[in-house]
Design a protein around this ligand. Structure first.
Ligand code: HEC
Length: 274
């Protein structure tokens, strides 16, 4: 013990720890032999001494070992330090950079939007798409007038033909509602076309198509087939869009005084007052 305390003067930490251990040991062994603990202490102290020597030694050794480290380091050095930051970045970088992820996610949407902008001039308005549906589908117009309006059983509508017959879109609408006049040989249109008559001529569509479909197909025939200027059909388009005035369930009546009916609808929609 005295030796321990003596050593403790120099080493505050180690003895306290070792003393506890030796105290416990002694308790475990019982006070049977007083000599043995004493005999044990020296080993622990001798063990502590080398430990101290070791803890101090590294500091001292470090100085002596430093010359060795520089010799070792020059070899590892070329690996981390000569590697340029951008090369290092390339090595540690993920295959898809973080910034590219949102770009890649957005890419398909962009493609769709871009494709949409390319197509939009062709299938722009609702009136055109509905008109096309009627012309090629439910109205069956294409069957008699040709897919492109070039004519067939019915006369050609393209290349301004339909405009020559019906300069006013309202007359065009009235024609589609009513179909050919009953008597063959009756003159119709602005250019006095000779009608085949109801039996062999143009069917009336006032019942089969609703008002919106007729407005749409007339718009389609004039703009897409006849080559009309859309600006000249502003009133027609507006009337089509005035759904409270021309609801889906509205049908034009065959045999009605159509011009007044159309004028009445335009007036209620507040279109082209004069
Ligand atoms: C069964 C055949 C047939 C169908 C279907 C048909 N048409 Fe006609 N269409 C004719 C015939 C025939 C004439 C000529 C009328 C006449 O001689 O009286 C005509 C004339 C016209 C004209 C006047 C053209 C001109 O220059 O004389 C227009 C406009 C027209 N049709 C539009 C339509 C629309 C719109 C549809 C569909 C909703 C349609 N047609 C469906 C046979 C048809």
């Amino acid at each position: 013990m005295p030796a321990g305390i003596h050593a403790g003067g120099a080493l505050v930490e180690v003895p306290e720890h070792l003393l506890k251990r030796s105290r416990d040991r002694r308790k475990d062994l019982g006070a049977a032999t007083d000599d043995e603990p004493a005999a044990e202490i020296p080993p622990s102290e001798t063990a502590a001494a080398p430990a101290v020597a070791q803890t101090q030694a590294p500091a001292a050794m470090a100085a002596s070992s430093l010359p060795e480290l520089p010799e070792l380091e020059p070899e590892p050095e070329p690996q981390p330090e000569p590697v340029k930051p951008w090369i290092q970045a390339a090595l540690t970088r993920k295959k898809i950079p973080v910034w590219a992820v949102p770009v890649l996610i957005f890419l398909p949407f962009w493609a769709i939007i871009f494709a949409g902008t390319l197509e939009s001039p062709e299938r722009d308005s609702e009136i055109i798409s509905m008109g096309r549906e009627v012309y090629e589908g439910v109205g069956g117009c294409a069957g008699c007038h040709g897919a492109e309006g070039g004519g067939g059983v019915g006369p050609a509508l393209s290349d301004g033909e339909v405009m020559a017959t019906f300069n006013d879109w309202e007359d065009h609408v009235i024609w589609v509602i009513n179909g050919s006049p009953a008597e063959p040989g009756t003159l119709y249109g602005d250019n006095d076309e000779v009608s085949l008559g109801a039996a062999n001529g143009m069917p009336a569509f006032g019942e089969d198509l609703n008002a919106r479909e007729i407005l749409a197909v007339v718009y389609f025939e004039r703009v897409e087939l006849g080559g009309a200027n859309e600006a000249d059909l502003h009133d027609l388009e507006e009337l089509f869009e005035a759904e409270e005035v021309v609801p889906e369930e509205l049908n034009f009546q065959i045999g009605q005084t159509f011009p007044s009916t159309l004028r009445g609808l335009l007036a209620s929609a507040g279109i082209g007052a004069g």
